[in-house]
Design a protein. Structure first.
Length: 163
């Protein structure tokens, strides 16, 4: 089984940042967020060496980079799975058993919300409302919505995304 740390080492090539730095060369004011967004598109998350490289090239303190990354929910410091599983914990889903759906997801994937599986196939997240309350309880896998679920549905749904 591949650990997250091993996966990080295999995919981390800092030279991929060069085109991003070139794009924002001479425009360091206000460049931090777009550079972080571009870096996250490349690596799917923002590992520490990437943050350090960005701080170095934009000549901003690493504390400022961390401040931005931890302030905005769009940025991720941990590796992301290939598939993002979002389970709704909003009111409509909550009263229709969202807690049991979350338990089934945690058990099947073996991770807590906010974490990726060791094989980086899935990241599990909780969200407040997906906007499909009539289908409660609801989960989304990537852009697919799955509704009116019971815990028994979870293994079959996740297996469709496994390779
Ligand atoms: S509360 Fe779950 S979709 Fe709205």
């Amino acid at each position: 089984m591949t650990t997250n740390a091993q996966a990080q080492c295999q995919c981390l090539d800092l030279t991929k940042l060069e085109p991003v730095f070139e794009r924002y060369q001479g425009h360091t004011d206000g460049a931090l967020i777009p550079v972080l967004q571009a870096a996250q598109e490349i690596y799917s998350y923002l590992p520490v060496p990437v943050l350090e490289a960005i701080a170095d090239r934009l000549e901003v303190p690493i504390s400022q980079v961390y401040g931005v990354v931890t302030f905005y929910a769009q940025f991720h410091l941990d590796p992301r799975g290939k598939h993002i599983v979002r389970t709704c914990q909003g009111t409509a889903c909550h009263v229709r058993g969202a807690g049991k759906i979350l338990d089934a997801l945690k058990e099947n994937l073996g991770v807590a919300p906010g974490k990726a599986t060791d094989d980086l196939q899935f990241t599990l997240e909780t969200v407040a409302c997906i906007g499909a309350c009539g289908l409660a309880p609801v989960i989304m896998v990537d852009h697919d919505t799955h509704g009116r679920l019971t815990p028994d549905n979870i293994p079959e749904i996740l297996d469709k995304y496994r390779k």
